[in-house]
Write a protein that binds this ligand. Structure first.
Ligand code: ATP
Length: 445
């Protein structure tokens, strides 16, 4: 839909202009589907990761944190099924040498047949039949590039959790049911990436694996589904833009007993940004089999031994940041002028407030600086004294800063400042020395 593509174009341009997201290695022409976060983007993503960590690890007694390495023993990926099965069917054009996913909607006809038409060069009959292509990035460990030295960049963080499940269980003295949470980078050599940061080759996941007694997995699955939706509501994402999609039998991954995607209605359609999966005892059983190490749990009360079932919640930090940016973007007319606003929930906004001296004289800059220095010990705030006050407000609207603090002539006399609300545009006068607690109350969400 042209109108919505337009929104993505505008968002990509705003993201660059304001310093949310830049193309990787841009001065060299960019690197396909790899992106860098600028000063505002890194704050937004960090706020999301911290909020997730707080809700998963700090606010729950039954979940522990972990930070496993990206490189793992290659047997891990045999056990997990990634070496055999983490593949996409691909077709090549023998004429222009481009490569496509077999289900690329731009392909006309059946790949491998004379009627198939290449979507790039338009040649007929030059597309190969689909071949499987593994999505894992391969590299070599140590000085010799040989088969025995192959290691992979992990395509998901979950396996680092499974192989540490006994370590964490013993070190933390948890009992089942309990969970392990981790935030970290994952890599997939995606073939049809695109849509800005939606599908990238390097990304961050926030994953939590919850270990339960077989038979209780259904209940825990429902519990975590509900919790995760609530968490997204708490980010302030519009409810009508969120929904669940249950995987059909054909969609279910080899390890999954049941799975739901949490989907958001992006400007380019409904797509997944989190998965909640009932992985049964697949992963731990496979690791037990491949490592030869017992991964059973001994129930201290009943003396029963079993391999726990796993309920997983897996959400992309980058994809959530994209959801939040798409959801926050709005254009509106204020006093006859169009303004662009990133309406972030203040709790996740990159900047919490900006401080402006109305003019650069009469004691205003000195007072504004003092207020700024005081605030920045508590919040990420910004100082801006250049251009008209209207332009300074507009710049902060685009950055999604919820509060604008202006030091004016009256401030110099009585120590009060105006606090402008990004969304309602209402201004209130607040004593300068009460700003920390005033903003603190508003930012707690
Ligand atoms: P998709 O169907 O979009 O490829 P998936 O079902 O393979 O995703 P999972 O393996 O369940 O995704 O990964 C969990 C989450 O990790 C996804 O919901 C998404 O937020 C994030 N994620 C997965 N692949 C990518 C990617 N290439 N770029 C950005 N985020 C990703």
């Amino acid at each position: 839909m042209p109108a919505d593509n337009n929104v993505m174009e505008k968002l990509v341009s705003l993201a660059k202009r304001r310093g949310f997201v830049f193309q990787s290695s841009e001065i060299y022409g960019g690197l396909g589907s790899v992106w860098d976060y600028g000063p505002l983007g890194v704050e937004l993503k960090k706020n999301l990761k911290e909020r997730w960590w707080r809700s998963m690890v700090h606010e729950r007694e039954d979940i522990e944190g972990l930070d496993a390495a990206i490189l793992m023993h290659p047997k891990v990926w045999e056990a997990s099924g990634h070496i055999a099965g983490f593949t996409d069917p691909l077709v090549d054009c023998k004429h222009c040498k481009n490569r496509f996913r077999a289900d690329d909607p731009r392909i006309k006809g059946t790949p491998g047949q004379p009627d198939a038409q290449c979507p790039v060069c338009g040649s007929r009959g030059t597309l190969t039949a689909p071949r499987l292509f593994n999505l894992m990035f391969k590299t070599f460990m140590g000085p010799v590039e040989e088969q025995a030295a192959v290691v992979y960049l992990r395509p998901e963080t979950a396996q680092g959790i499974y192989v540490n499940y006994l370590n964490v269980l013993q070190a933390s003295r948890q009992k089942i049911p309990f969970g392990i949470a981790q935030v970290g980078k994952a890599f997939r050599n995606e073939i049809t990436p695109g849509n800005f940061t939606f599908r990238t080759r390097e990304f961050e996941q926030m994953e939590m694996q919850f270990f339960v007694k077989p038979g209780t997995d259904g209940e825990w699955f429902e519990f975590w589904k509900a919790q995760r939706m609530e968490w997204h509501y708490g980010l302030g994402i519009r409810r009508e833009k969120l929904r669940f999609h249950q995987h059909t039998k054909e969609e279910l991954a080899h390890y999954a007993k049941d799975a739901y995607d949490l989907e958001y209605e992006f400007p380019f359609g409904w797509h997944e940004f989190e998965g909640v999966h009932n992985r049964s005892d697949f992963d731990l059983s496979r690791h037990q089999q491949f490592s030869g190490k017992k991964l059973e749990y001994l129930d201290p009360a009943t003396k029963e031994r079993f391999i726990p079932y796993v309920v997983e919640t897996s959400v992309g930090a980058d994809r959530t940041a994209l959801v939040v940016m798409c959801d926050a973007y709005r254009e509106e007319t204020v006093e006859g002028e169009t303004r662009v606003v990133m309406g972030f929930n203040p709790a996740i906004a990159p900047l919490k407030a900006a401080v402006f001296p109305l003019v650069n004289k009469d004691g205003m800059p000195e007072l504004a600086r003092r207020i700024f220095d005081d605030l920045r010990r508590h919040f990420n705030v910004f100082y801006d004294d250049s251009g008209s006050i209207g332009r300074r407000y507009r710049r902060q609207d685009e950055a999604g800063t919820p509060y604008g603090i202006t030091v004016d002539g009256q401030s110099v006399g009585d120590g009060t400042v105006t606090v402008r609300d990004r969304d309602t545009l209402r201004q209130e006068r607040v004593a300068g020395d009460r700003l920390v607690s005033h903003l603190g109350d508003k930012l707690k969400m």
